[in-house]
Design a protein around this ligand. Structure first.
Ligand SMILES: C[S@@+](CC[C@H](N)C(=O)[O-])C[C@H]1O[C@@H](n2cnc3c(N)ncnc32)[C@H](O)[C@@H]1O
Length: 313
């Protein structure tokens, strides 16, 4: 995704959903002291973070960092929304190495409409866990179900478009009956304690096909890889697929213009990193043998308990 100008003009659906999630669930986000730091993952053009998220966070907030894997998005965000104490950096949430000073550096991680782009979900959550301070929390919303992925799949059967469709473009939750169960399991196995992990069914009305096309193509990963000559044919095939979707209702409105109502599901997640790491492998630890006396740790613990009982008696 590297079209910040178009995205910032045609993101009404994302903005409406993000605002709904903030209004409904932001009170779950746990703030306890002044100067707490924030990371926004997949901050894109920076507009939503700066105009809608930051004004809803405590004024005493400390450092704010927006990160995105797209250089173009980061440049646009810094040029339009950066200032002292608020920066946008290039960082892919599934990177092997974290930027200097990032590990354990954040009290809060937010992410809006970004994580469905991430195929390596486990790596993303492991990194978020590392980025948080103990007790820190994540507040996320991203697509759980949308028929757009079905369009990518259908179009990949056409040999003209096959080579352009990569599996990274399709969310790992696509096609699951209960995607929230898969996500919650992943969060818990990463070490998070979840307070909320659910899907919200949403719908959005595009007033006409032109706005729908501009909005959809501003986040379409394939179109920028096509030669300009192929774009009209791709667009036509894409729109034929749209007309066949059950989740899209097309209605005739004034002057024979067609509006589109699309339905989809969003994940809403709030979870936190426990103060102490959960799942300490006590049983394994007990089997470790002391190098000095060659007794197992479990035996030594029992001896210490017995000795302290005798002292008390
Ligand atoms: C639809 S935009 C959302 C922007 C903004 N959060 C909003 O709600 O308006 C999704 C952003 O996620 C970014 N993104 C996708 N995969 C990412 C990754 N692995 N690491 C960081 N950012 C990523 C994209 O580059 C894109 O800018």
């Amino acid at each position: 995704m590297d079209q910040p100008q178009t995205y910032s003009q045609y993101n009404d659906l994302q903005r409406t959903d993000n605002l709904f999630v903030l209004q409904t669930y932001l009170s779950l986000s746990r703030w306890s002291s002044d100067g707490e730091s924030v990371l926004d993952v997949g901050s894109g053009d920076g507009k939503f973070a700066v105009e809608s998220l930051i004004p809803r966070l405590p004024r005493t907030m400390g450092r704010f960092v927006g990160c995105d894997c797209s250089e173009a998005m980061v440049r646009f965000a810094n040029e339009n929304y950066g200032r002292q104490g608020r920066e946008f950096v290039r960082f892919d949430i599934v990177s092997e190495a974290l930027p200097e000073g990032f590990a354990g550096g954040f009290h809060h991680i937010y992410s809006f409409y970004a994580l469905h782009w991430v195929r390596k979900q486990r790596k993303a959550f492991e990194n978020m866990y590392k980025l948080l301070k103990p007790g820190g929390d994540i507040f996320l919303t991203f697509l759980a179900k949308t028929d757009l992925y079905q369009i990518y799949k259908n179009m990949s059967k056409n040999k003209k478009w096959k080579s352009y469709t990569k599996k990274e473009y399709i969310s790992p939750y696509h096609g699951l009956a209960n995607p929230e169960k898969r996500l919650e399991k992943l969060l818990v196995s990463t070490g998070f304690t979840t307070t909320l992990c659910k899907t919200e069914t949403r719908s959005f009305i595009y007033p006409n096909f032109d706005i729908y096309k501009k909005s959809i193509f501003s986040v379409n990963p394939i179109i920028s890889n096509l030669s300009p000559d192929d774009v009209p044919a791709y667009t036509e095939d894409f729109m034929k697929e749209v007309r066949n979707l059950k989740s899209v209702t097309i209605s005739n409105i004034n002057n024979n213009e067609e509006s589109l109502t699309v339905e989809y599901q969003l994940f809403v997640v709030h979870a936190y990193k426990p103060l102490r790491k959960k799942g300490f492998p006590y049983d394994k630890f007990c089997k470790v043998v002391c190098q000095e006396c060659k007794y197992q740790i479990s035996y030594l613990i029992r001896r210490i308990r017995d000795m302290s009982k005798n002292i008390n008696e």
